[in-house]
Design a protein around this ligand. Structure first.
Ligand code: HEM
Length: 518
């Protein structure tokens, strides 16, 4: 009987599977995409495989590299195809200028959110919601109240505490002569900082809350590529990963609800209101705003901050240290700058960053050569023409930031780590750069109204984190070998395929003092 039930169940599953396959085949191979592409003068299309088109390129482990190879052979504006779904690929500063300067509003959507009710990748998230009133209100809130210059000034002490914790933990490793994986340490530094900017003291290492949140942020990030690939095949594709995504989303939901309740209690007792969560709760309780946000919107906003902010900044810190170990002259020059500006007794702070131009150049150069987000995706709402070609309505656009920032037509020695190039460039004023299409040769944070709202915070994390590691320690690499700079993409961030383990050695006789500069 049991066997019959199992057999019956298997037949039923096979039947469902076959039905599903038929629907997928019809949808992918025979159904015409919205609005026929016939009659359009599309950008050139490189050779593709039968049926799947250019899908294999998007499935490759290093998508940005496969696409870079394609554009360097066939040109900076291409039309690709995944089954019958057309995609336009942008790979040069001049093409980026065309879309971001002339079509900014038109390309300010990323397409329908993959899963409506997920906290990340859902229709309420700033990252994935479509361009409209909800997105406009949430992005404004994020840019002005959470990540704007004044908000970052208010949360400066939180980050100073976390920098101190990071320094102390490295001091401890140095005493024990224990090697560290810089990426993992940097993830703790960035994640704890964001967590405390959101929640304050309640989100501490001691009660394990930060650790649990970090694990959930990492898990949601690791789902990134599945979400993007699934979304290409719309609802059918994403349904393959829906359960996995919703499990992480539900756990985040529970945790954020607990945060909200705790914070509401504290607010009622007039404690800790100057935190991101307090700002969001104030917007939630405000009946006079132009747009009413819900409790769920607050949670998606918190997920956005953790999802978009943690791995990006941490991976960039790891790449920067690896580049400097392989280029000791750059490391020495940076250390010289920090010692001469700050001295050898006080630890670097984020308020020192404007006085450290070479450190800023190192940060910019690492984001050029190893951009954590290698490609970005948008969708055209209306059809438009660019450089003599048509881009029809509802066409997905992929901008290869990695290829643009290594374009030999715009960058001298594009494959080399040369922070100096940014010291020379800084003599040009921002207005001058804005007018030039050259401005689009450097876009690690994307561009336009959909660009990254966390750029200022990221510069602070990178500057303070890298500055502290260079000022406080020598770094020993086992066997003094060169660090292997091979790339991998985990989730959606560009990471090191072989993250190095480096041993910190204390530089100064006494630990650096933690007094903050004015
Ligand atoms: C080195 C660090 C970072 C890099 C390289 C980076 C890069 C990017 C890129 C390329 C985009 C897409 C922009 C576009 O489509 O034009 C983006 C979007 C976004 N980033 Fe960042 N990011 C970083 C750090 C952060 C941080 C620290 C936060 C916040 C805590 C953040 C929050 C966001 C959000 C919310 C979006 C979506 C914006 C929208 O769709 O309107 N990012 N980021």
């Amino acid at each position: 009987m049991a066997a019959m039930i199992i057999l019956g169940f298997q037949n039923c599953s096979t039947f469902i599977f076959l039905c599903l396959l038929t629907v997928i085949c019809y949808y992918l191979f025979f159904k015409k995409p919205n609005g026929s592409r016939r009659g359009f003068d599309l950008p050139p299309s490189p050779p593709s495989l039968p049926i799947i088109g250019h899908l294999h390129l998007l499935l490759s482990t290093l998508t940005h590299k496969s696409l870079q190879k394609l554009s360097s052979k066939y040109g900076p504006l291409l039309h690709l195809r995944i089954f019958n779904i057309p995609i336009v690929l942008i790979s040069s500063a001049s093409m980026a200028h065309e879309i971001f300067k002339n079509q900014d509003e038109n390309i300010s959507s990323r397409g329908p959110a993959p899963i409506d009710d997920s906290l990340f990748a859902g229709s309420s998230s700033v990252i994935s919601s479509s361009y409209g009133d909800h997105w406009k209100f949430m992005k404004k809130l994020m840019v002005t109240k959470l990540l704007g210059v004044q908000a970052l000034e208010r949360s400066r002490d939180v980050r100073a505490d976390e920098l101190e914790r990071f320094y102390t933990s490295l001091l401890d490793k140095a005493m024990k002569e224990e090697p560290v994986e810089i990426g993992k340490e940097a993830v703790k530094f960035v994640n704890n900082s964001i967590c405390k900017m959101i929640m304050g003291r309640s989100c501490s290492e001691e009660n394990g809350e930060a650790e649990r949140l970090r694990a959930l942020a990492t898990k949601s990030l690791s789902l990134g590529k599945k979400i993007v690939l699934g979304s290409v095949f719309k609802k059918l594709g994403i349904s393959l990963f829906k359960e996995e995504i919703m499990t992480v989303s539900n756990r985040l939901n529970e945790m954020f609800e607990r945060f909200l309740v705790e914070h509401e209690k504290k607010r009622d007792m007039h404690q800790e209101t100057d935190l991101m969560i307090g700002t969001l709760l104030a917007a939630y309780g405000d009946d006079d705003t132009e747009y009413k946000i819900t409790r769920n919107h607050i949670k998606t906003m918190l997920a956005d901050l953790l999802f978009a902010g943690t791995d990006t900044s941490a991976q960039a810190i790891q790449w920067a240290m690896a580049e400097m170990i392989n280029n000791p002259n750059i490391l020495e020059r940076l250390r010289g700058e920090i010692d001469s500006v700050i001295g050898e007794t006080r630890l670097v702070q984020e308020t020192d960053l404007p006085n450290l131009p070479y450190l800023q150049a190192v940060v910019k150069e690492v984001l050029r050569l190893h951009p954590p987000g290698t490609v970005l995706g948008r969708i055209s709402q209306k059809g438009f023409r660019m450089v003599g070609f048509d881009v029809p309505e509802e066409t997905p656009l992929v901008v290869n930031l990695y290829a643009i920032m290594r374009d030999p037509d715009y960058w001298e020695d594009p494959e080399e780590f040369k922070p100096d190039r940014f010291l020379l460039a800084s003599s040009r004023t921002r207005e001058e750069e804005e007018r030039r299409e050259e401005a689009f040769k450097y876009i690690p944070f994307g561009s336009g109204r959909r660009g990254c709202p966390g750029a200022n915070l990221a510069y602070v994390f990178l500057g303070a984190g890298i500055g502290m590691m260079v000022q406080g320690f020598e770094w020993r690499n086992k066997g003094d070998e060169k660090i292997n700079m091979e790339e991998a993409v985990i989730g959606l961030s560009l990471t090191m395929a072989h993250p190095p383990k480096l041993t910190p050695v204390v530089r100064t006789t006494n630990p650096l003092s933690l007094n903050q500069s004015s």
